[in-house]
Design a protein around this ligand. Structure first.
Ligand SMILES: Nc1ncnc2c1ncn2[C@@H]1O[C@H](COP(=O)(O)OP(=O)(O)OP(=O)(O)O)[C@@H](O)[C@H]1O
Ligand SMILES: [Mg+2]
Length: 355
């Protein structure tokens, strides 16, 4: 549905997007994820046609539309700054696109009413944008884009101004809507949890470069670079040296001296590697569980987060590892700061980061 071929965008000497090449399939929920300034909005503006690439091509539905203006593309964008019409009521803001397309009045009413309900804006339809809060305005921007049902919907951080509860609710509704309408969604966020819960695939951007594109699972469990591993979730990234290989197991020495087995079907070419240990894969117990990959440590820090506690465990050689404790009332969840514990991680739960 959308294809970027070697797309570069320069602002003066600054490269905001570097040689980006990827495809977005019809009906897919694709998310651009990355820190502020990495080029997410730039990428969306190139797809919508509000900007043109310095080099490279952009295809929509098989056609080269690199230099076509926005109105020649079946694409709608929800802007990061909303871009509402200040002199129109909320209702008219939402109905605007349909009026432009000369949709019959009865249909306009029906379609606008439906999205107004979905975005919980019933009470505000007669107001002007200036009379709304930031989060309410953001929902109007969303409603205005959804109501047109374009082939491709580009959403630039459309949930960032909402409170935690509304955001979670809108995530679910957006995802359902996308499935129902079969619209291709290109969603931008710097919130990794949002990306993981909503997307079919995620493109992780860093300083204008696409570091990895993959399913939510691939990005989370098989990060291709150190940046992806550290940006997605709160993985422990640890340098290690392979001491020896035994079948599928690599016996590794981590920085600080701790030795662990890593299970991998294909051993890397170099002996110096980078390992990713997901905090939630580290099991903690008071008694020594014995067996492969169990090691002692001390709980250095404990941060209460409601359903879980985030812990920092200090292990051999002063290496610090993040771990997560589920507050489920079981004996194992009753571990606290300052305690000596045993940690264990399965060899298949340690991942070798490629770079
Ligand atoms: N018109 C412009 N002129 C010069 N530099 C620009 C222009 N637009 C964007 N940039 C620069 O390009 C880089 C990427 O900007 P972009 O807006 O794509 O970031 P972003 O990933 O959307 O960030 P955020 O999460 O903060 O919205 C930034 O460093 C920005 O300063
Ligand atoms: Mg942006």
């Amino acid at each position: 549905m959308v294809e970027l071929r070697n797309v570069t965008k320069r602002f003066g000497a600054y490269e905001a997007l570097k040689e980006a090449s990827f495809e977005i399939r019809a009906g897919e929920f694709m998310t651009f994820l990355g820190p502020s300034g990495c080029g997410k909005t730039t990428c969306l503006r190139l797809i919508s046609g509000f900007d043109t690439p310095t080099s490279g091509q952009i295809f929509l539905d098989g056609k080269d539309l690199t230099f076509e203006p926005p109105y020649r593309r079946d694409v709608n964008q929800v802007f990061q700054n909303y871009a509402l019409f200040p002199h129109l009521t909320i209702y008219e803001n939402i109905a605007f696109g349909l009026r432009m397309k000369k949709v019959p009045a009865a249909q306009i009413r029906e379609r606008v009413d439906r999205v107004v309900k979905m975005t919980s804006l019933e009470a505000f339809i007669d107001r002007k944008p200036a009379q709304l809060s930031g989060g309410q305005r953001q929902r109007v921007a969303l409603a205005r884009a959804i109501v047109c049902e374009p082939k491709v919907l580009l959403l630039d951080e459309p949930l960032s101004a909402l409170d935690a509860k509304l955001r979670t609710q809108m995530r679910v509704e957006l995802k359902q809507l996308q499935k129902k309408l079969g619209i291709t969604f290109v969603f931008v966020t710097h919130d990794q949890e949002e990306a993981l819960t909503m997307s079919d695939r995620v493109a992780v951007l860093n300083a204008g470069r696409v570091e990895q594109i993959g399913t939510v699972n691939e990005i989370y469990y098989k990060p291709a670079t150190r940046f992806v591993a550290s940006f997605i979730g709160e993985s422990n990234i640890v340098e290690a040296e392979i001491l020896r290989a035994e079948g599928e197991f690599l016996h590794c020495r981590l920085e600080g001296g701790l030795e662990l087995d890593v299970r991998t079907p294909k051993p890397p070419a170099h002996s110096q590697i980078l390992l990713s240990l997901r905090p939630e894969k580290i099991r903690l117990t008071r008694e020594n569980p014995g067996g492969r990959n169990s090691f002692p440590g001390t709980i250095e820090m404990e941060i209460f987060k409601g359903a879980v506690d985030d812990l920092t465990i200090s292990v051999q050689g002063g290496l610090q590892l993040g771990a997560v404790l589920t507050n489920d009332g079981q004996a194992e969840s009753d571990l606290h700061e300052g305690e000596r514990v045993f940690a264990r991680i399965q060899p298949e739960d340690i991942h070798i980061v490629a770079a």
